[in-house]
Design a protein around this ligand. Structure first.
Ligand code: PMP
Length: 431
């Protein structure tokens, strides 16, 4: 209560909407996929503390690496050379796709995802000399002014954002403008139409999440990313993929969500899971794309911070050694199957979707009309507390329940989660 009083008194109102709970929750301890509240109750963290916890809360290898580095030299500004970020850049470049071995990937570390998005947009504009950027309507790309400018979801848009952004209809296969399972083709035509009607015709680039996170776990249909990259490049632009939520093996089949479509982006934006909770972001670009920026200053004070980069290196090591991506695939598939069972029993679940450990329910008032049901979503969300599950509401109507847990979730957890969700849906249906 003291924590709640202090926070409610001294936090600015600008952070209020992001606290959706009826009663405050205080967590002071976490281990792998679990969190403990002040009373000692254990919760399964299906939110992964907002997709940041990729390999597990307080993962001993990640914490150990960061602590050891912090004791040696906590911070070293990028003006000086340091082996840890240099090593980490090499390792990140090595986990980027390179089918013919002819791509030179280069890294610019930032402090957060939004800064990385910002930088990616600047890079694309500097490289092409064009201003216009395409983004998807239900995208979320972060809180800085430039990242907000490409964020399409109305609830996240504030007054007076920078311009030169044209929004394209998202290829949502459940409730998109072309109807259910319309595939990629009509949405690719939309990109062409948008370039022709809402830009100068020559664009700096297009930015997309390979799987939209805050949009409500919206997967891009087969061929969409490849086709979008083609259309972007034909209009003079660079193809930018935001892997802040979908990256680092979360989708199960690949390290990066975009790999499912075989597309090679010009610029990849990453954050969150890269540091397993340590503040870190990065732009990984093809070498020639970043080259023009050598003419101007660009510097992030904590970018390439060795403590965060030591954590990042440990994350890559754990991903590799513990076969975390394989776990995301198999446990994710089992969880998805249980979510589909729940859909059979609970009529307000309109859709269940996602892949790997990036899954969601979409709640509707009626399956035929698909009218979004944020009220029931909120009730289920609250009832999940009773089931000791933490997840998050998302989607443009706040009618989706998003699950993006630490990727160490087990088959045993799947059973606990499915039972807990079942109870929450039943409770919510009773009002
Ligand atoms: N891109 C996506 C897809 C995100 O989900 C987020 C954060 N939720 C960001 C960018 C911004 O990252 P950050 O909050 O670290 O600035």
């Amino acid at each position: 209560q003291e924590t709640a009083r202090r926070r409610d008194t001294y936090y600015a109102a600008s952070q209020k909407k992001f606290v959706p709970f009826a009663k405050p929750m205080v967590f002071k301890k976490g281990s792998m996929q679990y969190l403990w509240d002040e009373a000692g109750n254990r919760y399964t963290d299906l939110l992964g503390m907002n997709v940041c916890i990729s390999v597990g809360h307080a993962h001993p290898k990640v914490v150990g690496a960061a602590m050891a580095q912090a004791q040696d030299l906590t911070h070293c500004t990028t003006m000086f050379y340091h082996p840890v970020p240099a090593h980490f850049a090499e390792e990140l470049a090595a986990v980027m796709p390179n089918p013919k071995g002819d791509i030179e990937w280069v890294v610019h570390f930032t402090n957060s995802g939004a800064e990385a998005v910002d930088l990616a947009l600047t890079m694309a504009r500097d490289y092409t000399g064009n201003a216009d950027i395409l983004a998807l309507r239900t995208a979320y790309h972060g809180p800085t002014a430039a990242a907000q400018s490409v964020t399409g979801i109305a609830g996240w848009r504030h007054a007076g954002m920078p311009g030169n952004v044209a929004f394209v209809a998202e290829p949502n296969q459940y409730r998109g403008i072309f109807g259910e399972n319309a595939g990629a083709a009509p949405y690719l035509d939309e990109i062409g139409r948008t370039i022709a009607t809402a830009t100068t015709g020559r664009i700096a680039g297009m930015i997309v999440e390979s799987v939209q996170g805050y949009g409500g776990i919206i997967e891009m249909p087969k061929g969409y990313l490849t086709g979008a990259a083609e259309r972007t490049r034909a209009a003079g632009g660079l193809f930018i993929v935001d892997e802040v939520q979908a990256g680092f093996g979360r989708t199960g089949d690949h390290m990066w969500g975009f790999e499912a479509d075989g597309v090679i982006p010009d610029i990849v934006v990453m954050a969150k899971g890269i540091g397993n909770g340590f503040p870190l972001g990065a732009v990984v670009a093809q070498k020639h794309v970043a080259a023009p920026m050598a003419e101007k200053f660009m510097f992030h004070t904590y970018g390439a911070n060795p403590t965060s980069c030591a954590a990042g290196r440990a994350v890559l090591q754990v991903l590799r050694e513990d076969r975390v991506q394989d776990n995301a695939r198999t446990v994710g598939a089992a969880l998805l199957a249980r979510l589909q069972d729940l859909k059979q029993r609970h009529p307000k679940i309109g859709d269940v979707r996602g892949r790997g450990l990036m899954l969601a329910f979409e709640m509707v008032k009626d399956r035929k009309t698909k009218e979004p049901d944020p009220e029931t979503t909120a009730k289920v969300f609250e009832a999940c507390r009773e089931s000791r599950l933490i997840l998050s509401k998302s989607g443009p109507y706040q009618s989706c329940l998003r699950m993006v847990p630490p990727m160490c979730l087990t088959m045993e957890d799947v059973e606990t989660v499915a039972e807990g969700l079942d109870r929450a849906f039943t409770l919510a249906a009773r009002g």
